[in-house]
Design a binder for this molecule. Structure first.
Ligand SMILES: [Zn+2]
Ligand SMILES: [Zn+2]
Length: 330
């Protein structure tokens, strides 16, 4: 099978011809139709995440069809369309798994990080972590739901019932989550890179109450803010925009250092938290609500062989939507 492989960090992916994997007990062999590109993939290429499997096939927003089924699999048939997300395996018995926090499992394995992902013609995945996908989305549209959507949704849930929601870094995830927030009657304030008029315009088109640069002060105090940009300096900025009792949610897996700030900015029961990974429950809830909104995904497609181009366009901010690799066109 063809695969784009990260042989070592800080080098481009290499096109390789690898043996087709075999599904072990509990696993599905999936023929990959599409795989969306995530910022985490860039962090992996740049060597910013510890201890990846190497060599590694990136990609954790995978849409494909079940080709072969290992022993002891329930709920899937040959030919079913499935989505494979970031959380690929948990041990099921650590203190986190036993308290509905499998996203924090000490021994968790992650698709396209510690196990091989979807920048390839085939992938094997633990069936218990795969999702059936809503019919309303085709293979290209569905791919970004699997990380930008699901992890974005977990970040959004952490904002509780805040009526005024700030979003810093109006990325792919932000676009998806803003649609849900607006659907649920919240007021969304979008903060883009300073001077990014195009980004601000596209935020307004979605129906945000306000859009401006992250160097601007929010016109109203916020009940909560989500930071999607990997920029630590935004944490004190977002804190200063919060009303008392407000929460700053850091949604990324990697962020530059947070500069120091006066305690008075945190005072008033403001909090800062991070979001790590997802649980299967987050994924199911998101896939249930997304078609009702309906959440629309903007995408730009690339053939598998052009994964490096897709990553570079992502890095330089030149994409018009989420980059999606099309591997087996439906
Ligand atoms: Zn991701
Ligand atoms: Zn566990």
């Amino acid at each position: 099978m063809r695969a784009m492989v990260l042989e070592k960090p800080k080098s481009p992916l290499a096109l390789c011809d690898l043996p087709k994997p075999k599904p072990a007990k509990g696993q599905l062999l999936v023929r990959v139709n599409t795989c969306a590109v995530c910022r985490t993939d860039l962090h992996l290429v740049d060597g910013e995440l510890p201890d990846p499997k190497l060599p590694l096939i990136l990609g954790h927003q995978i849409v494909g069809r079940v080709e072969e089924i290992g022993e002891s699999v329930d709920g899937f048939s040959i030919g079913d369309r499935v989505g494979i997300p970031w959380l690929g395996w948990t041990d099921g018995h650590c203190v986190y798994c036993r308290s509905h926090r499998e996203n924090l499992c000490d021994r968790a394995k992650f698709t396209g990080y510690t196990i091989d992902g979807g920048y390839a013609e085939f992938v094997v995945a633990d069936a218990r972590f795969c999702f059936h996908l809503p019919e309303n989305y085709n293979d290209v549209e569905a791919a970004p739901l699997l990380c930008a959507g699901m992890l974005g949704y977990r970040s959004y849930r952490k904002t509780g019932d805040a009526r005024r929601l700030g979003i810093y870094g109006f990325s792919n995830a932000a676009h998806l989550i803003a649609q849900i927030a607006i659907y649920q009657g919240r007021e969304v304030f979008a903060f883009t890179r300073p001077g990014d008029k195009t980004g601000q315009e596209s935020a307004r088109e979605l129906g945000t109450k306000w859009a401006g640069g992250s160097d601007e002060m929010s016109p109203e105090k916020l009940g909560a803010a989500i930071i999607f940009a990997p920029v630590g300096a935004l944490v004190p900025t977002a804190l200063r925009a919060l009303a008392k009792g407000g929460n700053v949610v850091c949604a990324g897996i990697h962020m530059s250092d947070i500069p120091s700030f006066p305690y008075v900015d945190l005072w008033g029961e403001r909090t800062i938290c991070s979001v790590a990974n997802l649980t299967r429950g987050d994924g199911e809830e998101f896939l249930e609500i997304a078609p009702r909104v309906p959440v629309k995904t903007a995408t730009e497609t690339f053939p598998l062989e052009e994964a490096n181009t897709a990553l570079e366009k992502f890095r330089s901010g030149k994409l018009k939507g989420t980059a999606v690799l099309v591997i087996n066109p439906a």
